[in-house]
Design a protein around this ligand. Sequence first.
Ligand code: K7E
Ligand code: CUA
Length: 662
Amino acid sequence: MRSFIKTLLLFSAAISIVWLQGCKPKGTQSAVSGDAAAKVYVAPGKYDEFYSFTSGGFSGQMSVYGIPSGRLLRVIPVFSVDPEKGYGYSEETKPMLNTSHGFVPWDDLHHIALSETDGIQDGRWVFGNGNNTPRIARIDLRTFRTAEIIEIPNSGGNHSSPFITENSEYVVAGTRFSIPMDNSNGDVPINTYKSNFKGTVSFISVDKTTGNMNIAFQILMPGVNFDLARAGKGKSHGWMFFSCYNSERANTLLEVNASQKDKDFIVAVNWKKAEEYLKAGKGKKQSVKYAHNTYNEKKHSATSVIETEVTVLDSKELADMVYLMPCPKSPHGCDTDPTGEYIVGSGKLAAMIPVFSFTKMLQAIANKTFEGEYEGIPVLKYDAVLHGEVKKPGLGPLHTEFDDKGFAYTSFFVSSEIVKWNVKTLEVVDRVPTYYSIGHLSVPGGPTKKPWGKYVIAYNKITKDRYLPTGPELAQSAQLYSIEGDKMKLLLDFPTIGEPHYAEAIPAELIMKNSQKIYKIEENQNPFAALGDKYARVERQGNEVHVYMTSIRSHFTPDNIEGVKMGDIVYFHVTNLEQDWDVPHGFAVKGANNAELLIMPGETQTLAWKPERIGIFPFYCTDFCSALHQEMQGYIRVSPAGSNVAISFGTGKTDSTAIAAK
Ligand code: K7E
Ligand code: CUA
């Protein structure tokens, strides 16, 4: 029996060896070294070393993980409604999701950009892009809430966004899909692409003090597909580099038609030059429509304004502002190293990585070492701008991040691995498999002038056999590797929410010291706030019933409401009177076609409810807030239309029959 088991074990070991060698990626085996567990163990009650802000892809949200533990700390709703927090459901937050197309409760968030000062993360804001209905969001890192969303006109598919400059002067937005400009007649045959479809890259300014965004200018570009971008830094500060594909300008079956040419481009934009042109009045005003939504923390509510103008600079007409560097095989990632000297292009279909030199680029521009023009823009000679190629690194390079020791880490989707190479010598020094099919990767501080190093995190597209099966869809996944030694070491797998594209990690102390605990009740300027129980009331205005309600452990004031009639709309304006950290109250009413509210201490939020039947409707607090949370409840009575039940309300009022009996 024992020898049978032994044979079986040997046999299965042999099979797994064959399987390991036979397939790529290499099975579930992963060499996790003995001390991996200790390296990611954050003892109960201890904090993680880094916050990692991770995009949720088609979840439209951003999630926050502790690194190295991989613990999920928060999901921040950005472009998608979130019933857990009432975001996009409360009257106060609905305007955040307004666009020129109306209310859009979803988007596809790919990229994260943390604000920077002097090229170093400063922990003030994090930005995210909305891919589908072009938008950029700014999240305030004191509250971890979406503070502002700006829509991008003249754009279709805001993918190369929201990459940030080294003093957060701008976040950018390059259009993935070229389209007819918003102010033109868009009703054109699709096969007139080459004449009617244009590209744009937008520079959205960020106010130094408030963070408020504005579209400073757009640059009109040839109708290619802009994919990713990175700002110059240090010596290349003042430049922004965008990758693009489809220089063939195909409008159908791009899979084939956009892979005809051997090279597409890295688009180098001199934004300081663009600023000069803008100042000199070289921009053209264009009438467009885009929403600009801001959340006011004092009023606890968002407003949406439709803006109607942008200024456009034409890359064809304005010299010395845009240059093209040929880049092999449909480049995806476009990453600049911490010194700002090297620009790494990653051709999705290439088997090498070209690294461009900023110094050489400037020389080539000065010497006019052009190989020609593309749509009126000078194309620099590949050899003249190339620092060198990383030879045979792997298959399908996508994205590159940098550490603090002069190394680059490139993700390879097709060969499913991370490859470490020396930025100066271009020599490959290490590689590790990822499970499986990595997209982006992230080194803390990796896109900045000051990488913190220590870890690289892989964000994978496929998990197959890594986790317990959960039906047809499996958890998306991240993998944490140590990069402290010469060799990368796998430490941890952890599932993520939505599809993680990019993520950016930052030392915890840069954020936690500013984290807000409550909203001060005396600063609450929500016009519907009830700043104390004595202000609680119910008012009828036509068919609107406004309930000015307060919540405090463990009751609502009022908690008995009568006089609502069929045909009314009831607005519950709930003010949380608590002034204690981590004591939100929730609010939900039976039958409401809506989510709950989750109201932070000192905040007012409003739930609109249109009763669709007569009767008694309980409401209650949804967040376990005290030992008597379960008592935190009330009733609202709905009478027939035309009934003569008067508005009445109260908390703690005595039973009417009991009064009558006395
Ligand atoms: Cu490579 Cu949208 Cu940045 Cu995903 S993108 S991987
Ligand atoms: Cu308030 Cu539970």
